[in-house]
Design a binder for this molecule. Structure first.
Ligand code: BGC
Length: 716
């Protein structure tokens, strides 16, 4: 990138110290001196002087429009250079109006909806002073123990890429730039334990983990964030092959790269860099343009440049990229960007945004089981029990400026819908380790009066998200106890389950007649769930992460390999010389792509326009989908492939397309997908992305475990 005149001039004027500060991002609390004393978000390791604080290039986590005005004004007033601040915030699933967590939103399989949600959050965020959001997060996640699975859209690289692009389009349209994260492979920590080592083959990395970042770059996000983790023995910020060779080189990314929070300095505890000077040298040479929340650049970069360990040209390139982003955002003309407290108040939580959040929640919930008890009739005498029956703690992690008090609980949602109050009894706490059963009797006696019991259960809201891994992802003990006592009443139980990850629902499945997985549904959660329970809306969500039967199956994902000793049927192994467990099935309890509706869809007549495809040609796959139930509904039609024999073994299934369609009761439609060489391509044994001749199975269906198939042959 060639800097324009303005930027060239600034580069000439700035000292090395100014430049190092420009490449540093700090918590805005440093600039709000009144708050500083009480705050835990500032770090002693930073050792920042007043001059450093005055000169920084960007800040994060600054609060709302008024805070933003204050921070921008204070900075402008005090900074020598008068270069405006870049203001960033984690706007992950909504700003003030909170829509479902990304993992839930992914289950909508609706990229337009995702774009609309991102657009709405950008509109709220920009008036509150946000220039760039730290989103989308497109890390591939296969292990539900990892708390951050809630931030991604799931276990499939293709789906994550499509969803990531939709997020970016929405943010940009709404006037906010974005930052794709966490490059790379942050989603594969060993044991699902947060910040843990990632060790995956370079092939696996390229084929599965890098895909979604690469796809997102097609929508030209302004920034990419590097991750905390060690990747195959080297912290990501130290991997020149990835950062320079792949990201800047192969993918041609010329935007701003930012480290994650404190991650540049963390190369010391990783055991990679000896001291801060070495951290700064490594990170700068790898073109980490902004160091977030550590100060190795401020303290070392000028000297490193004077000593020739980082070239002046490299440093200027980094500063130029940051300044170019500020220029693109128009900050030089208007350092306050769109910050506007009045407009912010107007749009935040407006009826239009609430309606989008409600729709998103409706489309994100997944109906996992239904023996016919759902939907409930308006006259049905239902009693709501469990810690989530009347809980406002349903926004989920990273809820930005969202307020729990503004969320609609299930009890409120049902009251809004039916126009009468309902009985809601907590019964027990939500806590993972809670053992207090003293409230269960009250819940059971209330439930004894009901025709149908709605048990609102799940993991505590703060048990997913950053630094929230779990070793046991089953429903907390005391809640299972509650379910067991309710089940002894012999009445149908509908479980509404909350959580930021797939949980082990094996016991819930046994005890309940229906299960609606509500995730962390956001501000309009209660209204959305009520609408689904009472049949005003028809569930249409499909899982984007497999739900294990036992935690010991993790990591579990649909696009796995056959192995040389596959186990055919889904029965417990009586022969130990196949790939299986002695005490558990191989299959998940609920697979990727699965989700029920109040109607039924049947698939028939999967046809290919030709059973043979020559290189350069295209084949069309068509499948008939019929709504054979008695209500209207929406279905996500999924296209999978399997390459039967290849120079590198291919997974048993790979998602290659999806289309969401609405069908009236009794209606049918033919859904088509284009297949060409790129659909069949993978990184071959020679390391090139190409399709190899031979046999493929093309599959279409309503879940990864329920498909029709046809054979296709690729010929030279
Ligand atoms: C997280 C990032 C986030 C950043 C800024 C880090 O701890 O890993 O995802 O964007 O903090 O809040």
């Amino acid at each position: 990138m060639q800097p324009g005149n303005k930027i060239r001039k600034l580069l000439e004027e700035m000292t090395l110290e100014d430049k190092a500060r420009q490449l540093t991002q700090i918590n805005a609390l440093y600039i709000k001196p009144t708050a500083k004393a009480e705050v835990t978000g500032v770090s002693d390791d930073m050792r920042l002087s007043d001059d450093d604080i005055r000169g920084v290039g960007s800040v994060l986590n600054f609060g709302d429009a008024e805070d933003a005005q204050f921070v921008r004004a204070t900075h402008l007033e005090n900074s020598h250079s008068k270069i405006p601040l870049l203001m960033m915030q984690d706007v992950i699933h909504g700003y003030r109006t909170i829509f479902p967590v990304p993992l839930a939103l992914g289950c909508s399989f609706d990229t337009q909806l995702v774009e609309e949600c991102a657009h709405m959050s950008a509109v709220e965020a920009k008036y509150n002073g946000v220039d760039v959001t730290f989103s989308p997060m497109v890390d591939l996640a296969r292990d539900a123990r990892w708390g951050r699975v809630m931030e991604t859209t799931g276990e499939d690289p293709f789906l994550n890429g499509e969803m990531g692009k939709a997020f970016i389009r929405g943010y940009k349209r709404g006037g906010v730039e974005c930052c794709v994260k966490h490059f790379a492979a942050y989603g594969a920590p060993e044991g699902g334990r947060e910040y843990n080592t990632t060790d995956i083959s370079e092939r696996n990395l390229r084929e599965y983990y890098l895909r979604s970042y690469a796809e997102c770059l097609k929508e030209k996000p302004a920034m990419v964030m590097t991750s905390f983790n060690l990747l195959n023995g080297i912290p990501v910020n130290g991997r020149s092959d990835l950062l320079l060779g792949y990201l800047r080189g192969e993918l041609g990314f010329d935007g701003v790269v930012i480290s994650d929070y404190g991650a540049v300095r963390e190369m010391i505890p990783h055991g990679y860099a000896e001291d801060e000077r070495e951290c700064a040298r490594i990170a700068a040479n790898n073109c980490i343009d902004i160091e977030m929340m550590s100060s190795t650049y401020i303290h070392n970069l000028p000297d490193l440049v004077r000593g020739g360990e980082v070239s002046a040209e490299k440093l200027n390139g980094m500063v130029a990229r940051v300044l170019a982003l500020k220029q693109k955002l128009g900050l030089f003309e208007n350092p306050y960007n769109a910050t506007d407290a009045e407009k912010a108040a107007e749009v935040c939580l407006c009826e239009e945004h609430r309606a989008i959040a409600r729709r998103a929640a409706i489309k994100s919930c997944v109906l996992l089981k239904n023996d016919g008890v759902l939907p409930l009739g308006a006259q049905c005498k239902s009693v709501f029990v469990g810690p989530y029956a009347d809980s406002k703690d349903i926004l989920g992690g990273w809820a930005c400026a969202g307020r729990k008090s503004e969320a609609a609980t299930i009890a409120e949602g049902v009251k809004n819908l039916l126009g009468r109050s309902v009985t809601a009894v907590k019964g027990c706490d939500v806590g993972l380790l809670s053992t207090d059963e003293s409230g269960i009797d009250e819940a059971v006696s209330a439930a004894a009066e009901a025709d149908v019991i709605v048990a609102c259960i799940g993991e505590p809201a703060d048990c997913s998200g950053e630094a929230s891994s779990r070793a046991d992802i089953s429903i907390p003990r005391v809640q299972v106890k509650l379910l067991e006592r309710l089940s002894a009443l012999g009445k149908p139980i509908v479980a509404v389950v909350f959580g930021g990850r797939p949980q082990v629902l094996t016991v819930v499945e046994k005890l309940c007649s229906a299960i609606l997985y509500a995730w962390q549904p956001g501000t309009e959660g209660g209204n959305a769930i009520a609408s689904l329970l009472y049949g005003q809306s028809n569930p249409s969500g499909k899982l984007t992460m497999s739900f294990p039967r036992s935690v010991g199956q993790c990591p579990i994902y649909y696009n796995s390999f056959s192995t040389g000793r596959p186990k055919g049927e889904d029965i417990l192994s009586n022969c130990c010389y196949n790939s299986s467990y002695r005490d558990e099935l191989n299959s998940p309890l609920y697979p990727f792509g699965y989700g029920l509706s109040y109607t039924r869809f049947e698939y028939s007549a999967l046809t290919l326009s030709s059973p043979v495809m020559r290189r350069g040609e295209e084949v069309e796959a068509g499948v008939t989908v019929s709504n054979v139930g008695d209500c209207d509904g929406e279905e996500t039609v999924q296209l999978y492939i399997r390459d039967l024999f290849a120079s590198v073994v291919r997974p048993v299934k790979e998602l290659k397309g999806f289309k969401k369609i609405a069908l009236r009761a009794g209606e049918s439609a033919v859904v088509t997908f284009k297949i060409d060489e790129s659909t069949l391509a993978f990184y071959t044994a020679d390391g090139v992305l190409a399709a190899e001749r031979g046999k493929f199975i093309i599959m279409a269906g309503g879940s990864s475990q329920n498909v029709l198939s046809a054979e296709l042959r690729l010929e030279d």
